[in-house]
Design a protein around this ligand. Structure first.
Ligand SMILES: *Cc1c(COP(=O)(O)O)cnc(C)c1O
Length: 355
């Protein structure tokens, strides 16, 4: 089989959106990458084609049983016109972890990163240049057998689409209010919580909708068994500074191993800041707040990098963290990581890959 990527260019390029008003996930570029999988043949026919709707049989398995995974990363344009990716191999290794759980055949990690680079290169004119903007990259795999019955599919498609996105914080970083969810659960150990699979997000919607009605931006999930231990926030991992130490829940099967999480831990350690991955109960957090030792709270994820948490509501007990302002460490991680991503701060970790 050949790993050469065939290219079919669009004959009708789109008008590009206003760079100062991009939002997130609303606009898509001129092309997409597609590769097929067939049992017995493996992954084959990698190609770049004009961005267009997919034609799927109504019996296509992914529509009924949700056998699918996705990833999310960004391409950044530097002031001198280079295109940078942040730890893309980590995304594709994680795609394979998700694939393993979902009975989807693995990707060749190096080739999948090459595919990301190829489609980004093809649509590089779509990478916005305004401060804080980027090109969001969404690789995903769907099961494509037309079949009604629960079993792994024999055929799949690996697709990569691109979306120019605006600055997450056009008016500066504002801490968010988070509702601690004590009724619904997102995932349990043994389930799919550590994968990026659509079902996890479908399961989370109702809590998000109800939290929004109460005036909260997102929910903080507790463990699915005792509803005692902190898990993560929406599509972000969560960190707290308690009495000078940074703590974050350990990755033990029910939460996503975020790349921003891992990078934040590496940065904190490189600065000599005590950092622990462990179990954290919601009671411990509230006790720390009561004794004046809860100093910072923030979420980490590719979309926002850092999202400071200014308020928590757990069963009606409302606490304000760091006077509702961004904390020192959250700000330092944000500035360093975005500085590296836009090529303005030296990368001593080998995280940046040029396209
Ligand atoms: C994607 C995601 C994250 C953050 O992962 P990053 O690799 O840092 O973007 C955290 N939690 C969930 C549930 C996610 O889907």
């Amino acid at each position: 089989m050949s790993w050469e990527i065939k290219v079919e260019r669009t004959k009708t390029p789109k008008v590009k959106p206003d760079q100062n008003n991009l939002g997130f996930g609303d606009h898509f570029t001129d092309h997409m990458f597609i590769m097929d999988y067939t049992e017995g043949k493996g992954w084959h026919d990698p190609r770049i084609v004009p961005y267009a709707p997919l034609s799927l049989d109504p019996a296509t398995m992914v529509l009924h049983y949700g056998q699918a995974i996705f990833e999310g990363l960004k391409a950044y344009k530097t002031k001198d016109g280079r295109i940078l990716l942040f730890r893309p191999h980590k995304n594709m290794e994680r795609a394979n972890i998700s694939n393993g759980r979902l009975c989807i055949p693995p990707l060749d990690v190096d080739f999948a990163v090459e595919a990301v680079k190829a489609i980004v290169r093809e649509d590089q004119d779509w990478i916005p240049e305004a401060e804080g903007t980027s090109l969001y990259i969404r690789p995903f795999i769907i099961s494509t057998d037309p079949y009604l019955g629960v079993r792994p599919s024999f055929t799949y498609q690996f697709i990569i689409i691109l979306s120019p996105v605006g600055a997450y914080y056009p008016e500066g970083i504002d801490p968010v209010k988070i509702y601690v969810e004590s009724n619904y659960v997102r995932a349990v150990k043994g389930g799919m919580g550590y994968t990026k699979t659509p079902g996890n997000y479908a399961a989370s919607l109702i809590a998000q909708v109800e939290a929004k009605k109460k005036g909260y931006t997102q929910v903080l999930w507790l463990d699915g068994v005792e509803k005692k231990y902190i898990e993560e926030v929406g599509t972000m991992n969560v960190f707290f500074k308690i009495d000078g130490e940074i703590v974050t829940p350990a990755v033990e099967g029910s939460i996503l191993a975020g790349i921003t999480r891992d990078s934040s831990i590496e940065l904190l350690k490189s600065w000599g800041i005590p950092t622990a991955e462990r179990q954290i109960s919601i009671q411990e957090l509230y006790d720390a707040h009561a004794s004046g030792k809860l100093e910072e709270a923030f979420g980490t994820g590719t979309a926002a990098v850092i999202s400071p948490i200014g308020e928590l509501n757990w069963n009606g007990q409302v606490i304000t963290i760091n006077d509702g302002k961004i904390g020192e460490y959250a700000a330092k991680i944000y500035d360093t990581m975005t500085g590296m991503q836009y090529g303005e701060i030296e990368d001593k970790f080998g995280w940046i890959e040029e396209v």
